[in-house]
Design a protein around this ligand. Structure first.
Ligand code: AMP
Ligand code: SF4
Length: 466
């Protein structure tokens, strides 16, 4: 079980809608637009004000929900979740939202993030009599909120429970009579509030709003708890916000280019990163190409500043999942091979600058460098539009172990040799930070974790679990 806990760091997508006659259908479309945040499981809980109904399953949104089952999900309020589990922890029971039934009413919770004190909280709760049914962090919140003496109203109990959590979290919570939203005090995860007709919506990314025709209102504040019910929307700060630290990988890699995070469009941010890269590493080359899809914006930015033509030097197969989901290194390498091909007509006889958004294990860069050479590139210069990742992430990105991080064990010249590139460059932390207006977490680049010392507790979890 402890191994499972260690593995249950998740980068997921959450959505909620309050007061729409076809709440489940709206949630279905929203989850579809958040599908890039998780492809391993999806779920919707809907309420008509009387009871909560659930449908969830493993796989893609389109696999989990049939037209027939959607018809059964009647109600005006709903929450949904798409799940990307890390460390191979699968199982239907961990698919969210989690639904809890009790004599005081039903409760459904969906979570994006990773609690760094999950292990300690579970130990305490189990000693006090809680029996856990899943490895999901969302269940911890439910057990904490259920404890006696934690407050009068439901919202008070929730806020008392939230104050005990450490790490990253964006929660959407549904009861028969309200939708609640909570973001961790650092704002590590993205979460936005919008309006839709007479109702309200909340989503991990604003791209979900565009698809369903919702209007963006604002980002949820770090440490904010929002209640949405028949009386409208009320936000309150449940925990004094510390310094804002939105995960910078959301801008760099994870979010969709058409989403806005704290007012900045993701494509625009990536393009700026590419421009900054060009100023730090101007290369004499014939073409610039990006790794589809997340690096295309940075490659365009690089090309714009250097004047080198941007070309489609790499093509991605649309029908294979993200490489990162493959569990082992060998499978991952196979995955990269299946996924990407170099366009001979574009790169043959050319000096190529290949821009990627990030380098974690170095697998993608190595594979692509050799693909480009096989396709006739005379030089391959690999430029990464973010700094070297040298530290693990404890907040839900799939980089928990230092062992896996190529930059943790090699300097740039050693990495260049491993990758087989003619030159290799990474955007510096300073130049990257200049691109953004909002406070960011940069811990995987700098080792400075916004929540302070997390390594000790996570190490204890790893030692006992694996
Ligand atoms: P790697 O091949 O291990 O160096 O991983 C780098 C590639 O994975 C880049 O092309 C990124 O677009 C992508 N990537 C970076 N971070 C993540 C993440 N947390 N999850 C999935 N893919 C990622
Ligand atoms: Fe994001 Fe890196 Fe911070 Fe994790 S450590 S939250 S991946 S910036």
């Amino acid at each position: 079980m402890l191994t499972e806990l260690r593995g249950l760091n998740e980068e997921c997508g959450v959505f909620g809608v309050w007061n729409h006659p076809r709440a489940a259908q709206i949630t279905y479309y929203a989850l579809h637009s958040l599908q890039h945040r998780g492809q391993e499981g999806a779920g919707i809980v809907v309420t008509d004000g009387e009871t909560l109904r659930i449908r969830k399953g493993q796989g893609l949104v389109t696999d989990v929900f049939s037209a027939e089952c959607m018809e059964k999900l009647q109600g005006s309020h709903a929450i949904g979740h798409v799940r990307y589990s890390i460390g191979g922890v699968n199982g239907f029971e961990n698919v969210q939202p989690l639904l809890f039934r009790s004599q005081n009413g039903d409760l459904a919770i969906a979570h994006n993030g990773s609690l760094t004190n999950a292990y300690d909280l579970r130990v305490v709760l189990e000693e006090e009599g809680s029996i856990f049914q899943t490895a999901a962090d969302a269940e911890i919140l439910a057990h904490l909120a259920k404890r006696r003496g934690t407050g009068d109203s439901f919202a008070d109990r929730m806020m008392t429970a939230l104050r005990q959590l450490e790490g990253s979290y964006a929660f959407v919570i549904l009861t028969e009579d309200a939708l609640y939203v909570a973001l961790d005090p650092y704002g590590l995860k993205p979460l936005a509030l919008g309006s839709l007709g007479e109702g309200y919506v909340v989503a991990s990314e604003t791209c979900a709003f565009d698809l369903i025709g919702a209007k963006y209102l604002r980002d949820v504040k770090p440490g904010e708890f929002i209640t949405i019910d028949a009386r409208g929307v009320r936000g309150q700060i449940f925990s004094e916000p510390r310094r804002q630290a939105l995960c910078s990988m959301e801008y760099i890699y994870f979010s969709r280019p058409d989403s806005n995070l704290w007012g900045m469009n993701v494509h625009t941010a990536r393009k700026k990163l590419g421009k900054a890269l060009a100023r730090e590493y101007p290369i004499d080359a014939d073409v610039v190409t990006g790794v589809p899809d997340s690096s295309l914006s940075a490659a365009i930015g690089y090309a714009e500043v250097t004047g080198i033509p941007y070309e489609l030097g790499l093509i991605k197969s649309r029908y294979i999942g993200r490489t990162f989901i493959e569990p082992s290194q060998s499978l991952r390498e196979q995955g990269v091979k299946l996924k990407l091909s170099a366009v001979r007509g574009v790169v043959e006889g050319k000096r190529v600058v290949m821009v990627d958004d990030s380098c974690v294990r170095g697998t993608t860069s190595r594979r692509i460098t050799s693909l480009l050479r096989e396709a006739g590139a005379t030089e391959v210069h690999v430029l990464i539009a973010s700094p070297t990742i040298q530290h693990p992430c404890y907040y839900g990105m799939d980089t928990l172990s230092t062992d896996e991080l190529v930059a943790a064990h090699h300097d740039v010249e050693e990495m260049r040799v491993l990758i087989g590139a003619d030159s290799l460059g990474f955007l510096s932390v300073e130049k990257m930070a200049e691109v953004f207006d909002c406070g960011l977490c940069l811990a995987c680049f700098t080792g400075e974790y916004p929540t302070g010392e997390v390594e000790a507790s996570v190490r204890c979890l790893q030692a006992s679990g694996s």
